[in-house]
Write a protein that binds this ligand. Sequence first.
Ligand code: HEC
Length: 150
Amino acid sequence: MTVIVKAGWACAFAAGVLGLAVLAGGAAESLADDVADYTVIDGNVDPNTREGYTVYSRACMACHGPDGLGSSFAPSLIQAAERRSFEEFAQTIAEGREIQPGQVMPSFADDLYVMSNLVNVWSYLKARADGGLGRGRPGIIEDMQEDEES
Ligand code: HEC
């Protein structure tokens, strides 16, 4: 049995909103990087990390490829999660980016579904990057299942 837990601070939604508030204030450096908050047990995850997988699959996968692996069009977000801070990640999603001409990362600033789930998506990508989480749709850890919606 493999148990990997990374506990960040605050609740995911509050952290997401606070992160954006801090970014807007231009003081991104001061925000702790350690917002990733995931639990991986035998390939299953906590409900927030699973929500991150769902949001990723709906909003990001079309360009960034299945399971965060990247595509010919957009980079691997697993590698991005290894290299970047949460602030850089959040800023890219809020503002969009076009470093390579014609390869456009759209801004999600007006997409409340994505913006309110930034920490969950980050936790999912961190679980993929350094939590040992494999490919595919993760199940939810049995003890945590009552938190699941629907
Ligand atoms: C329409 C296609 C498209 C969609 C949808 C999209 N992206 Fe991107 N994204 C890109 C492209 C293209 C780049 C590379 C842009 C560049 O080179 O400047 C990128 C870059 C990024 C980067 C920077 C990677 C790095 O190495 O720093 C992050 C982070 C990112 N995207 C996150 C997301 C997330 C999270 C979502 C879903 C909420 C998403 N993207 C949805 C196309 C997309």
